[in-house]
Design a binder for this molecule. Structure first.
Ligand code: NAI
Length: 467
């Protein structure tokens, strides 16, 4: 029996961040991980997808270089080299986490953890079973892709995001099931690499829940890219035929068959807690598989905490890491709790999309009276010089107090621009605060400033009728 103060189960962006902070606070943690350090985000999620998306964007930029007078010939894609390059980035980052944990003197036990009771964890590793006695347990076991009937992931005919991030070649025709975050990011990436892409989406539009004006820009971009988005459409089954994979779909017009070479199923993720032994401590997950936590990340069982995807929506790495920091502080006895006013969301589509705070729909539901200002990138000199003028920035402010309630953007580098908006909301800034802040010229963030000016009808670089 090994004694430690805290056992952190799972080494994704929730778990490893929590463990490092616990070590910084003198809490003597141990991390248990059965797979590679870094979790979904680093190994089979955020990082590898952004690497491949960057490659797709570069390839696309090269194809447009002629507009700038740059003639490029003989462009070819070496898929094996691309995947190797991506794996190198992942390797450097996961290796870096190993070094960080080592430097903080956090031991990593490789194996599967089972909670025996609120003070005991058993780890089944390659070398046998190791028992731990601890004062606290942090559950950071993350989530896994949801499988739908008829489309079991074999990572051959049917890819989950994992298979899509390690292709052997670029499929000629890719059918993506689910037009959410992952489906659109990877669907567009494959279009840039040369695939014909069809996206099947169950609801009436892409990216449900996101600002509809932003989504319209994305849907227009899909059309321009000849990516077919079939809405109100369900994939039912598929079979292997001589022509390829025949996917049976149900559309509002009836049943159809689409023949493709590859299927990618991205219909969401679900929290993962199988085999963890929650029943041994009387912990129950809700209908969707989440563990209920309070603002200190405590579960209903004293001494057991939950962070990251298992602890509720949104399933985003930055929310997971924040929760890891909070759980560590609470365990160390600090008066800390999750009180962030907003969590930004970034989607690496083309153009990119990003949002923080309330949408106009949510403001209406809450009975909030708002003023909205927006500014198009078509009026931004910087966007023109980048040849990326699609999209806009929208600022939503409270009609009376002028406080910024939400910011939604679609366009070049908006996944970076959203940081300013998150800071504004977190600090209770008004639209006027943003408008009065001098933004460097010529830069894309000027669009955020102009959108804030537009809230008051005072944007300079677009015409707004004066009231
Ligand atoms: P998602 O929830 O974003 O999208 C799933 C989509 O599939 C929805 O539009 C849904 O209506 C549709 N759908 C569900 N069942 C269907 C069916 N049977 N047929 C057709 N369509 C169906 O889930 P996704 O894309 O798998 O991503 C999971 C999570 O991973 C996201 O919610 C997000 O939290 C995280 N993520 C974050 C990223 C980022 O921050 N940039 C990138 C990728 C994922």
């Amino acid at each position: 029996m090994t004694k430690r103060k805290v056992a952190v189960i799972g080494a994704g962006p929730a778990g490893y961040v929590c463990a490092i902070r616990l070590a910084q606070l003198g809490q003597d943690p141990v991390v248990i991980e059965r797979d590679a350090l870094g979790g979904t985000c680093l190994n089979i999620g955020c990082i590898p997808s952004k690497a491949l998306i960057a490659a797709g964007s570069l390839l696309e930029k090269i194809s447009h270089a002629g507009t700038m007078g740059i003639q490029v010939e003989g462009v070819a894609l070496d898929v094996a080299r691309l995947v190797e390059w991506k794996a190198g980035i992942v390797g450097r980052l996961t290796g870096g986490i190993g070094v960080l944990l080592k430097n903080h003197k956090v031991p990593v036990i490789h194996g599967s953890a089972t909670i025996r009771d609120a003070r005991h964890v058993e780890v089944q590793g390659e070398k046998g079973v190791e028992s731990l006695e601890v004062d606290a347990i942090v559950i950071a076991t993350g989530s896994i892709p949801i499988e739908i009937p008829g489309f079991a992931f074999d990572e051959d005919a049917v890819w989950s995001s994992t298979g899509a991030l390690a292709p052997k070649d670029v499929p000629q025709h890719l059918v993506v099931i689910g037009g959410g975050y992952i489906g659109l990011e990877l669907g567009i990436m494959y279009q840039k690499l040369g695939s014909r892409v069809t996206v099947l989406e169950a609801t009436g539009g892409a990216l449900p829940g996101q600002d509809r004006d932003c989504v319209k820009v994305i849907e227009r971009s899909l059309k321009k890219r000849k990516i077919k988005l079939l809405t109100n459409t369900f994939a039912q089954s598929y079979e292997r035929t001589a022509e390829g994979l025949a996917v049976q779909i149900k559309t509002p017009k009836g049943e159809e068959t689409i023949v493709c070479n590859q299927i990618l199923s991205t219909v969401g993720r679900r929290p993962y807690s199988e085999g963890l032994g929650l029943e041994n401590v009387g912990l129950e997950v809700d209908q969707r598989g989440f563990l209920a936590v309070d603002r200190g990340m405590r579960t209903q069982v004293s001494g057991i905490y939950a962070i990251g995807d298992i602890a509720g929506q949104p399933m985003l790495a930055h929310k997971a890491s924040k929760e890891g920091l909070i759980a560590a502080a609470v365990i160390a006895g600090q008066p800390e709790e999750f009180d962030a006013r907003c969590i930004p969301a970034v989607i690496f589509t083309a153009p990119e999309m990003a949002s923080v705070g309330l949408t106009e729909e949510q403001c209406a539901e809450q009975g909030l009276e708002v003023k909205v200002g927006s500014f198009p990138f078509a009026a931004s000199g910087r966007a023109m010089s980048l040849m990326e003028t699609e999209g806009f920035v929208k600022v939503i402010a409270d009609a009376k107090s002028d406080e910024v309630l939400g910011v939604h953007m679609v366009g070049p580098e908006v996944t970076e621009l959203i940081a300013e908006a998150a800071l504004a909301i977190e600090m209770g800034a008004t639209a006027e605060d943003i408008a009065r802040t001098i933004h460097a010229h010529p830069t894309l963030p000027e669009a955020v400033m102009e959108a804030a000016e537009a809230v008051h009808g005072m944007a300079v670089h677009i015409f707004q009728k004066q009231r």
